[in-house]
Design a binder for this molecule. Structure first.
Ligand code: ADP
Ligand code: MG
Length: 723
C-alpha cells in the first residue's frame, strides 16, 4: 500500500511535481512563442522601397530570412519538446491508470475482507474474550484502513481532475501552436512577396542608374573633347604668358636697383625742398619776429599817444531808494565822451578825462574800453587798473560786479583764457592768481590758510631787482571754474577777518594780482606780464569829520596810501629821477607794475548824488591831476587852474585846443604807420587816419567857438552851458 502513492519530503507526490514541471515548461514555451511573434511583427517589411534603398532592403530581407529560419528551428524545437511532454504525459497517464487499477483491486480486496473479519469477530466473540480483544483491534485497524481508503479515493479523484486539466492545457497549446504556425506561414508569404517587390525595384533602379550613367558618360566625353580643343588653343597663350612672366621676372630683379636709384633721387629732392622750406621758415620766423617787434612798437606808440596813464570816469546810476535830483548835478557832452560837467553851487565845472561812462554804461561796455590793456599783459606788459572814489560810488561794482553781471576782474581773466587758448599752438601760457588785502598798511594773504599772518614785501635775492612777497599764495588757474573758486576763497577769507564786510572793504585796498607767463614753442621766447586789479579803499575825507581812535588811524592810512599813489604817478609822468614808491605799502607792492613801460588805468567812480558832491569834486580833481601830467608841466598847471578857477585866458584855450589837435594828429600818424607796416587793412587805416584828423579839427574848432562865444557874451568865462 505504501509504494502505491509515494510522497516527497515536502508533502507533494512525484506526479504533482511532474505536472508542475510540465506547466512551467508550457509557460516558457508560450513566452518564447510570444517573443517570436513580436519580433516577426517588428521585422515586417516597410510598405514601399525606393530605388535607392535597394541594397539595404536586400540586407534586411536576408536578416529576416535568417530570423525566419531561426523561428522555424525554434518552432521545431518546441514541437519536439511538446512531443516529449506528450510522451511523458502518456507515461504518467499509464502509471496513473496502473495505480488506479491497483487501487481498485485493493479496494475490491478490502471490500471482500470485512466479512471475514466479522466472521472472525463473531467467532472470537463466541470463543474468547482474548479473541474479542483481537477482534476489537482488528476492527480498529479496519476502521483505520477504511479511512485510509477514503483518503486514497479522494486523492485519486483529485489526480484525475489534474490529469483532465493538463490534457485540456495540452490541447490548447497544440491549438496555439497551430495558430502560430499559420501566422508564421503567413508572415513568410508576406516576406517573400516583399522580397520579390524589392528585387523588382532593385532591378528597375539599377536599370535607371545605368541609363543615367550612360548619358553622363556621353556628356563627359563631349566635355573632354571641348577641353582638349581648349588646351590646343591655350598652348600659344601659355607660351606668351611664360614669355611675359620671364620678362617681368627680369624687371623684378632689376627693381631694387631702380628703386634705390629713385629713392636716392627722391631723397635729394626732399632734402632740397626741406632746405627751401626751412629757409622759408627762417625767413617767416624772422618776419614774424620783426612783425611782433613792430606790433609791440606800434602798440607802445599807440599807448604812448593815448598816454601810459589813462583816466576814465564812471558815473554810477541813482539807485533805488536814493531820492536825489542828481540829473542837474552831473552832465555830459554829447559831442565829446571825454568831458564831464559838474554844477556845483551855481558853478559849472568841466573835467576832461580819457573817457567818461554814463550811468547807463554797461559792464560789457566798460570792459571793452579796458580789454586792450588786459591783453597787453599777454605781450609781457605790466598793467594796473585802479578803481578810485568815495565809498558807495561803485568801485566794487566796476571791479567785481555782481554774479549776473561780472565786472572787470572776472571778464579780464576770461579774456586772458580765451586769448591764451587762441595762441595755444605756438605759445605755452601759465596764469597764476593771488589775492591781497592792504589794511592799515599791513598786507594780508587772502588765499592763504593763516589769516592772522602779516606779509612782508622783500627784494628778490636773485639780484633781479624785483620785489616779491614771501608766503604769498599763488593759484594756477586753468578755467573759469578755477577763477570762481579763487574768488570765493578770497571773499570768504576777507569776510572772516571782520565783523562788517562792507565797512571793512571800504577801508582796505583789495588787490587781485594775475601773472601771465608764456613761452613760445618755436622761438623759445619768454614773456611775463602782470595784471593788477585794485579796488581801492574809499577816498572820502574821514579825518576832516573828526574821527578818532581806530577810525582815525584807518583814515590816515588810506589818505597816506592814496596820496602816495598820486605822488608816484605824478613822479612817473614827470619823469622824476626819484619815484616815492616806498611811501606806502600799496605803491611799494605795485612798484614794478607802475614803472617802466607799464600801463595804468585809473577808473574814477563818481556818485551822482548831490550829497556826495564835494567828494565827487575831490575824486575828479585827483583824476584830472593824474591825467594832465602827460600834457607837460606848464600846460598841466595852467589847465588845472583853468578847470577849477573857471577863468581861462585866450592863450590857455589856444594851448589846450592845440594840444587836443596834436593828439588827434598823433593818433592819425599812428594809423598811417600801421598802414605802412601792413598791420591793418589799407582802407580801414585811411578811414581811421582821416577820422582822427577830422575830429582833431572839429574839437579844436568847437573849443575855439565856445571860447569866442563866451568872450563875446562877456559872461563869466568857461561856464559852459549844455549845447
Ligand atoms: P564802492 O565799492 O565804491 O563802495 P559799490 O560798488 O559797493 O561802491 O556800489 C554801491 C552801490 O551802488 C551798490 O549797491 C552797487 O550795486 C550800486 N552800483 C554801483 N555802480 C553801479 C552801476 N554802474 N549800476 C548799477 N548799480 C551800481
Ligand atoms: Mg567797495
Amino acid at each position: 500500500m505504501c509504494s502505491f502513492v509515494s510522497l516527497s519530503p515536502d508533502g507533494a507526490t512525484d506526479l504533482e511535481k511532474h505536472l508542475e514541471l510540465l506547466v512551467v515548461e508550457n509557460e516558457r514555451l508560450k513566452q518564447e512563442l510570444k517573443a517570436c511573434k513580436t519580433s516577426l511583427l517588428q521585422e515586417a517589411p516597410p510598405p514601399a522601397c525606393t530605388a535607392t534603398d535597394c541594397p539595404h532592403s536586400q540586407v534586411r530581407v536576408g536578416r529576416i530570412n535568417r530570423q525566419l529560419e531561426e523561428s522555424k528551428r525554434h518552432a521545431g524545437e518546441m514541437q519536439r519538446q511538446l512531443e516529449e511532454s506528450k510522451c511523458q504525459q502518456g507515461e504518467v497517464e499509464q502509471q496513473l491508470s496502473i495505480r488506479l487499477r491497483d487501487c481498485e483491486e485493493e479496494m475490491a480486496r478490502q471490500a471482500a475482507r470485512p466479512h471475514q473479519v466479522k466472521y472472525v469477530t463473531e467467532i472470537v466473540e463466541v470463543e474468547s474474550s482474548g479473541s474479542q480483544q483481537a477482534v476489537a483491534e482488528a476492527q480498529a485497524k479496519s476502521a483505520a484502513l477504511q479511512e485510509q481508503l477514503s483518503l486514497q479515493r479522494q486523492l485519486l479523484r483529485e489526480l484525475e481532475t489534474q490529469l483532465h486539466e493538463s490534457q485540456r492545457t495540452s490541447t490548447q497549446l497544440r491549438a496555439q501552436i497551430l495558430v502560430y504556425e499559420g501566422e508564421m506561414e503567413r508572415a513568410q508569404g508576406q516576406l517573400e512577396a516583399e522580397m520579390q517587390n524589392l528585387e523588382e525595384e532593385k532591378n528597375r533602379v539599377i536599370e535607371d542608374a545605368f541609363i543615367r550613367a550612360e548619358s553622363e558618360m556621353k556628356a563627359v566625353h563631349e566635355n573632354l573633347a571641348g577641353v582638349r580643343m581648349n588646351l590646343l588653343t591655350l598652348q600659344p597663350a601659355l607660351r606668351t604668358l611664360t614669355c611675359d612672366y620671364n620678362c617681368l621676372k627680369r624687371q623684378v630683379q632689376d627693381f631694387p636697383f631702380m628703386l634705390e636709384k629713385a629713392m636716392t633721387e627722391a631723397k635729394q629732392e626732399i632734402c632740397q625742398v626741406i632746405g627751401e622750406v626751412s629757409s622759408a621758415n627762417q625767413e617767416l620766423l624772422r618776419k614774424y619776429k620783426r612783425e611782433m617787434n613792430l606790433r609791440k612798437k606800434c602798440h607802445n606808440e599807440l599807448v604812448r599817444l593815448k598816454g601810459n596813464i589813462r583816466v576814465f570816469c564812471r558815473v554810477r546810476p541813482v539807485c533805488r531808494g536814493e531820492h536825489d535830483s542828481a540829473e542837474n548835478m552831473v552832465s555830459f557832452d554829447p559831442d565829446d565822451d571825454a568831458l564831464l560837467y559838474l554844477s556845483n553851487k551855481g558853478k559849472l565845472m568841466t573835467f576832461e578825462l580819457d573817457k567818461v561812462f554814463h550811468p547807463q554804461a554797461t559792464q560789457e561796455g566798460v570792459f571793452q574800453e579796458v580789454q586792450s590793456l588786459v591783453t597787453s599783459c599777454i605781450d609781457g606788459f605790466n598793467v594796473c587798473i585802479f578803481a578810485y572814489g568815495q565809498t558807495g560810488s561803485g568801485k566794487t561794482y566796476t571791479m567785481e560786479g555782481v554774479a549776473k553781471d561780472p565786472g572787470i576782474n572776472q571778464r579780464a581773466l576770461r579774456l586772458l583764457f580765451s586769448e591764451v587758448t587762441e595762441k595755444a599752438p605756438d605759445w605755452d601760457f601759465k596764469i597764476t592768481v593771488s589775492m591781497v588785502e592792504i589794511y592799515n598798511e599791513t598786507l594780508r594773504n587772502l588765499l592763504g590758510d593763516n589769516q592772522g599772518e602779516k606779509l612782508d614785501i622783500k627784494m628778490n635775492p636773485d639780484g633781479s631787482g624785483q620785489l616779491y612777497v614771501p608766503g604769498l599764495t599763488e593759484f594756477t588757474v586753468q578755467s573759469p571754474e578755477d577763477i570762481n573758486r579763487v574768488f570765493e576763497l578770497g571773499h570768504m577769507n576777507r569776510a572772516t577777518a571782520c565783523t562788517n564786510l562792507n565797512e571793512h572793504s571800504s577801508r582796505s585796498h583789495a588787490l587781485l594780482i594775475i601773472t601771465v607767463a608764456g613761452v613760445n614753442s618755436s622761438t623759445g621766447h619768454r614773456t611775463q606780464g602782470k595784471l593788477n586789479l585794485v579796488d581801492l579803499a574809499g577816498s572820502e575825507r574821514i579825518a576832516k569829520s573828526g574821527a578818532e581812535g581806530s577810525r582815525l588811524r584807518e583814515a590816515q592810512c588810506i589818505n597816506k596810501s592814496l596820496s602816495a599813489l598820486g605822488d608816484v604817478i605824478n613822479a612817473l609822468r614827470s619823469r622824476h629821477s626819484h619815484v616815492p614808491f616806498r611811501n606806502s605799502r600799496l605803491t611799494y607792492l605795485l612798484s614794478d607794475s607802475l614803472s617802466g613801460d607799464s600801463k595804468t588805468l585809473m577808473m574814477v567812480q563818481v556818485s551822482p548824488l548831490v550829497c556826495n558832491m564835494s567828494e565827487s569834486v575831490c575824486s575828479l580833481k585827483f583824476a584830472q591831476r593824474v591825467r594832465t601830467i602827460e600834457l607837460g608841466n606848464a600846460t598841466r598847471r595852467q589847465w588845472e587852474n583853468s578847470s577849477t578857477t573857471s577863468s581861462p585866458t585866450h592863450d590857455i584855450m589856444i594851448s589846450y585846443a592845440l594840444c587836443s589837435f596834436r593828439r588827434s594828429f598823433q593818433q592819425a600818424h599812428c594809423f598811417h604807420q600801421m598802414k605802412t607796416a601792413e598791420l591793418m587793412p589799407d582802407r580801414a587805416c585811411t578811414q581811421m587816419h582821416n577820422r582822427c584828423i577830422q575830429s582833431g579839427f572839429e574839437k579844436c574848432l568847437h573849443l575855439y567857438r565856445k571860447w569866442n562865444l563866451q568872450a563875446c557874451s562877456r559872461v563869466v568865462p568857461f561856464h559852459f552851458s549844455k549845447p
